[in-house]
Structure formats: C-alpha cells, structure tokens
Ligand binder design. Structure first.
Ligand SMILES: Cc1ncc(COP(=O)(O)O)c(C=O)c1O
Length: 444
C-alpha cells in the first residue's frame, strides 16, 4: 500500500493559527451553529485536509457529504478553470447554454425509473425541495405534503416545515407552511418490535394507512410524500427492504406523487448513483444537491416529463445551473460513472464489516449500519437499552479529531462516516482504527 502523509498531528489542535482565526470568527460571524470541534482549514487534496497549523486529517466528513470526488480533484479543477475562461454566469432561466443541457441529459439518462425525465437546476438542497413542493401542488391541485419523523429537507420555510429531525431546527420560526403532516419512517434500529430489518414483519406504513388515513386525512388530499431513501441527518437510517416499495404502491394507488430526497444519499454515495436503485424505487421526483458538483453550489430537481410541467414563468432561479457549478458537476458525473460509484460500494461494504468487527468490543456502540459510504455508528449508554448518549458521541468526535480523523454527528447520538468516494482500503482501515481508538480512549 502507498505511504500516506496523513493523518499527521504536529501539535495538539487547535494550534495558535487556528485559535487566532476562531477569535476573529467569534467577533464577526453569525454564531448560529456550535461546531463539533475547532478545525480551521488551510487546504485539502483528495481525502486529506490540512489545518492552518500544519496538522493533516483524514476527511470522513467531506463538508457534510459534499466533496464526492475529494478535495480539488484535478479533473474537477480543470473543468472549473476552463469554464471560468468562457463565462461565469448567464442565467439558465433566461438563456440557453450547452453544459447545463449536457448535465440535464446525463442526469435524465440515469434517473431511477422509466423516462422521459426533465431537470430544473437551483443552488442548494433546500431550494430544490422548495421547487418539489411547488411542483407537486401545482400538478396535483392538492395541498397536503407528508414527510417522515427524523427527516431533514432543509432550512427554508417550505423545506423546514417538512424537516422533523430536531426541534431546534423549527423552534421560534412559526408559523410554518401549513398542510404538512409527519409519520413514522422505517426506524428498524429503534423498533421495539423487531430489530432485524431483514426478517421484519412489522409494516411501518400501517401507521400511515391506518392511523393517518384512518383518522385525519383522506389520501385524495395529499399532493406528495417526500422521503429520504436512506435517512441522513436523522441518523443514517437504512429502511428495511419492503418499506420504500410499499410506499410506492400506496402513493400510486392514491394518485400521490412520490418525491425521493436524494440530496444526501444520492450521487453515488451509497454505491449506486441514486439510493432509490437499491430498493427498486421509481419516484416521480428526485431532489439532488450536496455531492453533485464536488463542492460547488448546485441543486437539481429531476422529475418525470409528465410531472415537470410548470406554468410559463411559474418557477425560476437567477443562479440555478450556474455554468461553473455545472462544469464541476459534469466532471463529477464522469468520475462517478468512471469508477467512483463502484468504489463507494466496495470500500463501503468492507468498511462496514470492519467497523462491526472492531467496534463490537465497545459496549457504547449500539449499532453499525449503512450503504456504501453512508455509514452510521450509534453511540449508546449501554447496548442492551440502546439509550442514546449524545454527550459521549460529542467527546468521541472531538477525540477522533485530535487523532487526525474528521467525522460528524447525525441523529440523536450517531456518528456519521461520509468520506469522499475516492477513498481506498488504506483510508478506510485508518478511519476504523482511529475511531476504535477514540472510542476506547473516551470510554476507558
Ligand atoms: C436529505 C437532505 N435534503 C435537503 C437538505 C438541504 O440541503 P441544503 O443544505 O443544500 O439546503 C439536506 C442537507 O443536509 C439533506 O440532507
């Protein structure tokens, strides 16, 4: 295996340069989010991030599952450079240009289910979720949208109203968008009835049909159900195999559009371009962002042709489909199709096995689960009760950072592993080892 010059901790982080920058940040930046640990980035290459004091980290956070091709992949950088020589902006709502059409063709060609498909481009995940809500209401003439507990769809008003991941994400912002209902996701890992998804006989969706449809809502009033094929922010929860097919069956039966929010689980992260493919799910609308352009801002709403029919002027965006972001996305898609999707599936499956074997010795590890390189490790007070242990999780994240591994949290007390899709077995082994040691050190 090749030698690596990372992780490399020269002095305990945060070093003096990092501390100086954090002080400036505290004086002038909006303090809306307490960071898990004080990483101050200087630059990154591939799966390595170097901080302003010369410490090098193995990046298993990828800017919240964004830098799919790693930091500054040469092909992506070259594509961005070439586009910056031609034009930086034109507005895809008002004018035509080639690369945005090429990207739409690429996504439409690969979309999960029979086409034809059309694509609308925006700048972020929340923006495409907003577009999906508008489109679903417009096309069905219905108002209600059903989302799932644990879901995260973004922080703008429509997207926030669908989000049900943490109360703080909504607290103080009411009134939210009306006619949004929530029901239970396939929370197999916390299910008191059956903890083994493969043999599960419990129909999570009976809660939707019997409770919601049977008591409060006639399904003919529902415009859309929005679902993350693998729940992200809510804890990297993989539903049991029957959940999404059954949801598709139900929505079809009642003329309800099915929106697959693949902002986090899409673009190859799970070992398929679309996570929906793992479940044979054929949604009506798919939302994409995060990994799509390896770090440049871009969101894509992909919908079946008969659904993507707007009133002329009924939707648009000044920056959506920016040509520089699109150039990065085209290079990203080429790399994904050229081997990175397959790499994510292979390295991810091996890493999940390795984590299960290594972390099983820690009573504080309640579960290891995932698909491809979308992996969650539950931190619990004790494995028997599976009681979440959020403070312990925070300490493990910080300890891993001090040892040169960048991770993030999600859910109540899950550690999320979301590395760039370029990592190899050596990177995966290093991450498993450091996480194992960090848990050992914190729980000793
Ligand atoms: C599934 C999902 N949808 C939507 C969003 C919102 O994306 P953005 O932060 O780009 O607005 C996120 C962000 O984490 C997400 O994970």
């Amino acid at each position: 295996m090749p030698d690596r010059d990372y992780p490399r901790i020269l002095e305990a982080p945060p070093g003096p340069n990092a501390r100086a920058l954090i002080e400036r940040d505290e004086r002038v930046m909006s303090q809306n989010f307490r960071k898990d640990y004080p990483l101050v980035v200087s630059h990154g290459r591939g799966a390595m991030v170097e901080d302003v004091d010369g410490n090098r980290y193995l990046d298993f956070a990828a800017g919240i599952a964004v830098t799919a091709t790693g930091h500054c992949h040469p092909d992506v950088v070259a594509a961005i450079r070439a586009q910056t020589e031609r034009f930086l902006h034109m507005c895809a709502t008002d004018f035509f240009y080639e690369n945005v059409v090429a990207l739409a063709e690429g996504l439409a060609r690969r979309a999960p289910g029979p086409g034809p498909w059309r694509v609308f481009f925006a700048n972020s995940g929340a923006e495409v979720v907003e577009a999906a809500i508008k489109l679903a209401r417009l096309r069905t003439g219905r108002q209600k949208i059903v989302a799932f507990y644990g879901a995260f769809h973004g922080r703008t008003f429509g997207a926030m109203s669908l989000t049900a991941s943490k109360p703080v994400q909504r607290k103080g912002y009411a009134p939210l968008v009306p006619e949004v209902l929530h029901t239970h996701y396939a929370h197999c890992y916390r299910c008191p009835v059956n903890r083994e998804p493969a043999t599960c006989s419990v129909q999570c969706l009976d809660l939707l049909t019997e409770t919601m449809f049977g008591t409060t809502v006639d399904p003919s009033e529902i415009a859309a159900v929005i679902v993350e094929p693998v729940q992200g922010e809510g804890g990297y929860v993989v539903p049991h195999p029957g959940f999404l097919p059954r949801l598709r069956e139900l929505t079809r039966k009642h003329g309800i559009l099915l929106i697959a929010d693949e902002v986090q689980c899409g673009m190859g992260r799970t070992g398929r371009l679309f996570a929906s493919e793992h479940f044979g799910l054929e949604p009506d609308i798919v939302t994409l962002a995060k990994g799509i352009a390896s770090g440049l801002p871009l969101g894509a709403l992909v919908a079946r042709d008969e659904v993507m029919q707007w009133n002329n002027g009924g939707h648009g965006s000044t920056f959506g489909g920016n040509p520089v972001s699109v150039a990065a996305a085209l290079a990203t898609l080429r790399l994904l199709e050229g081997g990175l999707i397959e790499n994510a599936g292979r390295v991810g499956a091996r890493l999940i096995e390795q984590l299960r074997a290594r972390l099983g010795r820690h009573p504080a590890v309640g579960d290891v689960r995932g698909l491809g390189l979308m992996i969650g490790v539950d931190v619990v007070r004790d494995r028997g009760s599976r009681t979440p242990a959020p403070e312990l999780r925070e300490r493990i994240l910080e300890e891993a950072y001090r040892r040169g591994l960048l991770l993030l949290g999600c859910g109540k007390s899950t550690i999320r592993l979301a590395p760039p899709l370029i990592i190899d077995d050596q990177d995966a082994d290093t991450a498993a080892r450091i996480l194992d040691e960090a848990i050992g050190a914190v729980t000793a």
